[in-house]
Design a protein around this ligand. Sequence first.
Ligand code: 13P
Ligand code: SF4
Length: 364
Amino acid sequence: MTLQAPLAPEYRETTPEEIAARIAKAKEALGSDLVILGHHYQADDVVRWADFTGDSFKLARLAEERPDAKYIVFCGVHFMAESADILTPDHQTVILPDLTAGCSMADMANLDQTEVAWEALTAKDGEDAWVPITYMNSSAAIKAFVGRHGGTVCTSSNAETVYRWAMDAGRRILFLPDEHLGRNVGFAMGIPLDDMAIWDPRALASENLEAGADRAKVVLWKGFCSVHARFLPDHCDQRRKEIPGVKIIAHPECSFEVVAKADLWGSTEKIIREVTGAPAGSAWAVGTEINLVQRLAAQNPDKKVVSLSGIACLCSTMYRIDPRHLLWSLESLVQGEIVNAIHVEEETAHWARKALEKMLELVP
Ligand code: 13P
Ligand code: SF4
């Protein structure tokens, strides 16, 4: 866990109005040297300062497409900032306003565990029979592993294309670190559930193999998002009972059973597109993080938009990027000090870049 020093009293004890006024001033002072990127799960009081918002794929592209900005302040989580650092040239610095903004799912796969799995899976048929694919929600070390072994990265908006690439090459897939996204996409691509096995990094390699991993077409790493795991199939039934005609849209980090009961599924960007483009009077139950659902509800007053679950599913790590930390990082830049720079060391960045570039080549 990366330590984040507590903010000084001038940031902790200032009113929200004063914080907002100072952010506006710092942004103006930094001008075109600065670009602020915001993921859709950030709260409104952070999103209002973002020059661009997007899903993790769009944000990776945006980072790459802004070579003029010296500083990219990333309002998202650690793996997103790492990817931005990997994709941008050295004269650009990526800053994460709070270093504790991580992702519990990304933390579920580490390099040692991945090497053990890869060695066991490829022992019989060799490396050419397999390809590792990692979800964007993974550390730079895992992306580098994948790059080193001829694999690639995917996001929830392009995973089907990436699967197609692997399947057309006749290769079996080790998918990290989200079991649910891997299964949802595999099933959508016509892979029967029985041809997908689990790799539990906490079990022995031999146990995973005996359970079927070496016979499967797709091996799903046993990782999950603690936010999306809270949506249950019962929530779908409940919402359909409560709201006649409701359409259910879920993020593919939700379980297979939830996605199977939904009308639509897709990345945060797709969720926004579908709800925003829907006719007035339509009703939506949305299975994703609460900040995005609440913003969609506020922006679509002609529709009924509710969370799929009655329990507020908040990404508490994203939430650590608050206006106070944003202000601290911006005012430090104005004073000539770079705080919380995210820098992936060169060897790791080299291989992770290969994996990310492959994704961008497959899905321009
Ligand atoms: P998106 O790529 O759909 O924005 O998802 C990122 C994420 O972390 C979802 O939990
Ligand atoms: Fe990670 Fe889940 Fe938060 Fe997305 S919502 S950043 S997967 S913990």
